[in-house]
Ligand binder design. Structure first.
Ligand code: APR
Ligand code: PHB
Length: 389
């Protein structure tokens, strides 16, 4: 087999890159280790920056998003059970759209299967080789049979646990990592969301977030110690703790119900530099991880795709390689700004193990200043709706 670009990983990064390359007639094959049902079954956040929505529209996969996505012109913040609103639309003339990532992945899969059908699921032992030679290739197993695809480039869209980042010589990479000393206990409940906008709450007991998937599917999180276990949390205990942490107006109107999904996720910040080596380009979670506090994970993957797609397009259609050469530098510039914002949201809203009363007062005063400063609110709003790309 031969193709121009082998894409390792069929998550949001890989699928969106494949879609854009195919739209320009640039042959590509997506190698995904899981089944399609496994990939689209992942329950993940879905706060789409305005730039992400535009990219999905350009990719021709925004039909359902336009109908079912919830446009949010603002978000709510709270401290000491006191809530206030950040008017994203007024401050930036942009909004965010709440639309589950599962849905984004389903829409991409549907379009690609219908128009290109170049996704190979359930592959094993994917290994990009000769990336520093003239003719790189990727080997993989399908139903136990060894396969080889010759190609020009490899896009590593295989997430944090993927193979792509591992094949870069370790002495050529620098890894930056910060593991946060807590996790998020999240539940999904078939109840009306407590608010029509997201609520990020700082409380002496710890962080809480009220979000949603649709008008009768709510998503809530509370910060827990990373050593905590699901078994320690009955629904009743969760709802009681959530009410303590949310702003009063939300706690008083919260409609509780049976959880249909409950899980604890760790929080980390992670960056691999550079994001490319020879004919390999890392995209999305393969190169960087952000804590979910800033809702940046999916959106950063999309801006990586934008940069890499444009570099590959100029290579094939205009025989210009400068953008490909600058991919890592350009992508990392935006990645680090999102890493910073996600770190700031995490450190401002969470209770750290050794936190003192002084530290809590600093967090409260940071949020009190935010409530009364348009300048400070604009900084948050610009980052939340997404910096330009
Ligand atoms: N071979 C083939 N496929 C692989 C391999 C491998 N060795 N390792 C991982 N994969 C697949 C995974 O099964 C997954 O479907 O690569 C895909 C990676 O997808 P994600 O982990 O979702 O990463 P990405 O596409 O970059 O998405 C970025 O979207 O998933 C959300 O918020 C999440 O930050 C994340 C963002
Ligand atoms: C979610 O709805 O799962 C969600 C929303 C916003 C975040 C994180 C998660 O910052």
């Amino acid at each position: 087999m031969r193709t121009k670009v082998v894409i390792i990983g069929g998550g949001p990064s890989g699928l969106l890159l494949s879609r854009f390359l195919s739209l320009d007639g640039i042959d590509n094959i997506v190698l995904e280790k899981q089944s399609k049902s496994h990939v689209i079954g992942r329950i993940r956040a879905g706060v789409l920056e305005s730039g992400t929505t535009k990219m999905l529209q350009k990719a021709g996969v925004s039909g359902r998003l336009n109908k079912e996505g919830f446009v949010h012109d603002g978000i709510q913040l709270s401290f000491k059970n006191h809530g206030f609103r950040i008017d994203l639309k007024k401050l930036t003339n942009k909004h965010v759209t709440v639309y589950g990532q599962t849905e984004v992945t389903k829409d991409l899969y549907e379009k690609i299967e219908k128009e290109n059908n170049n996704i190979i699921n359930n592959v094993d032992d994917v290994l990009p080789q000769d990336l520093d030679q003239k003719n790189p290739f990727v080997t993989f197993k399908k139903d136990g049979v060894e396969n080889k695809i010759k190609c020009d480039f490899v896009a590593g869209c295989d997430g944090y646990h993927g193979i792509s980042r591992q094949v870069i010589p370790q002495n050529l990479t620098k890894i930056y990592e910060k593991v946060y000393p807590f996790g998020w206990l999240g539940i999904l409940s078939e109840t009306p969301p407590v608010s029509d906008e997201l609520i990020y709450a700082n409380h002496g007991n710890g962080f809480a977030l009220a979000s949603m998937r649709n008008s009768n599917l709510s998503r809530y999180y509370i910060q827990t110690p990373i050593t905590d276990k699901i078994e320690n949390w009955t629904d009743k205990k969760f709802w009681e703790e959530l009410k303590k942490r949310l702003p009063t107006h939300a706690a008083d109107t919260l409609i509780t119900g049976k959880s249909i999904e409950k899980s604890i996720a760790p929080l980390r910040s992670f960056v691999c530099e550079p994001m490319s080596w020879q004919k390999l380009f890392l995209v999305g979670d393969a190169a960087h991880i952000v804590p979910p506090t800033g809702a940046k994970g999916l959106n950063l993957a999309v801006s990586d795709v934008y940069y890499l797609y444009n570099g590959l397009k100029k290579h094939y259609l205009l025989n210009i390689d400068n953008d490909l050469k600058l991919y890592s530098q350009i992508a990392l510039s935006r990645v680090w700004k999102a890493i910073r914002f996600s770190w700031w949201m995490t450190t401002t809203f969470h209770k750290f193990p050794e936190q003192t009363d002084f530290d809590q007062c600093i967090q409260d005063s940071e949020l009190a200043y935010l409530e009364n400063s348009i300048a400070s609110q604009t900084v948050l709003a610009e980052n939340y709706v997404g910096l330009p790309f």
